[in-house]
Design a protein around this ligand. Sequence first.
Ligand SMILES: Cc1ncc(COP(=O)(O)O)c(C=O)c1O
Length: 398
Amino acid sequence: MKYDFTTIMDRAGHDALAVDCIPMEGVEVKDGFTRIPMWVADMNFPTLPTILEAIEDRLKHPHFGYFDMSDAYYDSIINWQKDRFGVTGLSREDIGYENGVLGCVSSALQAFTAPGEAVLIQSPAYIGFTKTVESIGRKLVLSGLVRDGDGVWRMDLEDMERKLQDNRIHCVIFCSPHNPTGRVWEREELEAVMALYKKYDCVVISDEIWADLTLPGHTHIPLQSVSEDAKARTISIYAPSKTFNLAGLIGSYHVIYTPYLRDRLAKYASASHYNSCNVLSMHALIGAYKDEGREWADELRMVLGENVDYAYQFITSHFEGVSLAKPQGTYMLFLDCETWCKEHGKTLDELLKAGVEAGVIWQDGRPFYGAWSIRVNLALPKELVEEAMGRLEKYVFV
Ligand SMILES: Cc1ncc(COP(=O)(O)O)c(C=O)c1O
């Protein structure tokens, strides 16, 4: 490997929620255990050096006044989209800065739905979506993904259609690749779901923040690429933040080809005066979307692939009663612990607590609509993933 995916960084006390916080009230890591952060979706790898160089270069100019997004910013995005996802014909006006992917989701929901109106999301669902829909006073309608005979998460199109129809839904959130299941949707699946969205005339908010993080053997297909109709009715959202561990810098962008959607979203977002980029965040994106970034992201995908292979193998061979689908993208595992808990007379809370006490800081899957689920982040040096699996075997699944 050319880049560093093995150093164990000490993030404690350096603005890192992942280690400074435990997502379970009243539970502490027991003495003798270090904290292994396996919950919030950021990574425990040092970021790409060219990002740091780009920021450092900008810091040499000691003025931080008002600015416009540069040509380099737009060109970096256009080239990245072309090289990574085969997107052609993307132009500057199709791209717009967004203060975080969730910020864009929230603006789009408010621009295209009325208070009380229903919005369709697939579940298990990323907690940010469900909280946002509820906090802005829209009605949440969930359509469950189901695992097929091979254990692969699939969309239930019949259920989706019924819900679109019954609730007169005209705005949906789609997550691709899907957090927390790790599904990377195939072309036929995207075509089928888009046909449904077309039939019910929906504005589609497509969160593709995980697009760069497909695991080896899987390819991300932008939803907008599946048809002219998909291109016209979809607001797609991307960011370098998941890919390069930049969430704390804030910065994402939308791709919208239809002037009506674009103008209405921009008008809504600009009205708050909160949707402006930080100059260092702009330079971070430019530093990321370079050839070095392409190499780094490919190495990262291999590292994550190895971690997923290892953890999947370990869990399925050691923890009987724990079931999971092998993720195809993201760095998350979504464990179904129902059988294990019932066979061992334990509640999910007791299981979660046992993990945290042993320093495995994992995350309750219930807010993601997984009744007996635990979400586990594998974006750590392999040594820590091995350590975590060892502790789960010795102290938790016993
Ligand atoms: C699917 C998805 N969308 C959005 C976000 C958050 O993005 P941002 O920090 O840019 O708002 C996350 C973070 O985990 C995510 O998994």
